[in-house]
Structures are given as C-alpha cells and as structure tokens.
Design a binder for this molecule. Sequence first.
Ligand SMILES: [Zn+2]
Length: 399
Amino acid sequence: MFSMLALSLALAATPLQDDPVTPADRLAHEQMLTLDTHLDTPEFFEHPGWDFNRWHNVDFDKSQVDIPRMEQGGLDGGFFVIYTGQGDLTAEGYAKARNAALTRAMWIQRVVAANPEKLAFATTAADAARIAKTGKRFVYQSIENSYPLGEDLSLLKWFYDHGVRMASPVHSRNNQFADSTTGKTRTWGGFSPLGKQWLAEVNRLGMVVDLSHSSDETFDQALALSKTPIILSHSGPKAIFDHPRNLDDDRMRKLAKAGGVMQINSVFLVAYDDNKARGAVQDRQDDWWALSDAEQRKLIADKAVADATDPYAAPDFELFMKSLLHAIKVMGVDHVGIGADWDGGGGVRGMEDISRLPRITARLRKEGFSDTDIEKIWSGNTLRLLKAAEDWAAKNAAK
Ligand SMILES: [Zn+2]
C-alpha cells in the first residue's frame, strides 16, 4: 500500500518537472488580466468541509479551482456558474430546479462573503481590472441552463439583480426554451416561442447570451436575433474532434463576423474514455472530504492501481493548444478565449488544474503572439462582449 501511495504522488508531481514556463512568460502572465468563462466550482461550495480558500489536490478530491490555485495559476477571476441539470418540463420539475439554482446562487454569495480580503463580485466589464488592481479575485456569475426559470422570465431579472451577467438557454437535453445540441430529437428546430422571449429578456437586461450546449439551429437563430454579440463560454472546434458539442469552422467564422467569441474548452477533444473500474474509484473521490484518513489512503492506493493498469486516455496539453490555435486561425485573436470547463469535466494531461494556466501564455508567446493579443484571449474579448451587452441595455431598455 505504501509503495502505491508513493507511485501516486510521483505521478502527480511529474508534470511540474518539465514545465516550459520561463520567468519572462510568468511575468507576462502575471501582468495580464485573466479570466475563464466557465468555472463549475460552485458545485463544491456546498460540500461540508470543502473550503474555497484552501489548497486542494485534483488527484484527491478532483477539484480544480480554489483561491490558492487561482493565485498560483495567475487567474484573476472568472464566471462562476449557477448550473442546473435538466429534469422534467413540469411544474414540479421547474420548482425543484428553481430551488437548486437559488441554493447554488446563495452558496456563491456565502463564499464571496466569507472571503472579503480575497474575493469581490464583478458585474460590469470595468469591474474586472478594477478588482484585480486591489489584489482580489473577481467573481462574475453565469447561468448554465435556464431550465430553473420555468416559464417565468421575470426570474431572470432576479438573477440579474443578484449579479448574473451571462446566461445559456439549455444544457444537455431540450427544454422549454431551446433545443440542445445533444438532445435526442429536435423539439423546436431552434428556440421555442418562449425561448425567443428569453433571448430578448437577456438582451434587455444587459447579459451576454451563451450558446454552449445549444443546437446548431439554436445557435443560428441566436446569431440572427441577439442584439449584442454572443459567446460560447466552453466549446471547441469540430475540426479537432467531431462531436455535437463542438462547432464547425463555418459557424465559427459566422460567430466571429457577428462580433462573437468562442471560449476554448478542454473537454470533447477526444472520445470519452469510459472505464468501469476507474469510474468506480472516481465516484468514491466525490466524497473525499467525508472520508477518514485510512479511507483516503486506501482510495489513493486504489486510484494508483486503476491508473497504472488502465491508463486514462486523457487528451494532453498539446491537443488543447491545437484546438485553441485552430480557433485563432479560423476566427482571429479578437474572437477566441479560454473556458476550459474546470470542475465540470475539464483538464488535460499537463494542465490538470488551474495552477498550470501560465503554460497557455507561455505557449502562445512561443507561437509568436504579442502579449497584447494574448491578453485579449485571456479577458479582453469576453469583457468587450459584456461591455456591448451593458451598453445596448443602457441605451435601449428600461430596467
Ligand atoms: Zn457545460
């Protein structure tokens, strides 16, 4: 058991030894304003004993984002997600989902309130730089899946009033607003009539429309209907891996032409590698903080065995970069950013958590991109969209 523990720790430590980030890269990274548009970390907030202000190990509890690692990885902030899984389109389903979303929103409020020296809420595009200058991390909020709104669009205003500035209509299955790209059928052929009202309300309030998880038809309609440029907060190019969650080059070009942005995901780069034994070990990791010391040691040992006997065919950092570089080639540096789906299934070999983010900056500099362009990718493009949404709402809509 002890030798297995040693093996596991050795595996975890390996990537740091050949880290190609030079001091100059690191300095450049530190001086850039950086954000990720899809942090699923709020899922961890409600676990008893899990503290956002403590360092966690991805090999232990699978978590990829916390304040110490934001500092280590030079991540100034991001969009923290109020995610709700898709359930039945019934009054009961809507009520349950609304409770889940409100609980998640409450946890974000609690965690920010509990860390006033380290975190601050951001609601305008200008807030990011202002907060970063104070040494704090900025917390934007977004909604992934508008299912919890039920059929009551007035709830969007409630979320706006509590700081939400980005929203997506749909997740993995079709709902009352739109078709999902992974839905088994097409219910609406894009947006439902209520979904078109949803889109208008998101514009009216001054939020950014997020089309990750939407079907191609939903995407096409949003591109035509949205008053401000749209974002795909965690998506990728189909040219790298042909999956419904990824976008074809033609649509990527249309998105760029309409002023939009695609934030590159670290998921859907290869076929999902399902393995029962490894999956069972990973399920046990979900309760890491509830395990005794002895149970944690046993779990580490079992994980080492699972990893050694059937290595996980995870994509690596090079493939993530290939995806990012392809998107930049097709869309241009003004239309690409980073949304790696941390704590939502993201992470690649060589970039297992956000502490490794300086690698992206280092690699882009090596590819010859200027620091100015790299900063657009890290934050400028997303903030431009947020500003456009703010400005349009200020001009055209009364709140
Ligand atoms: Zn997602």
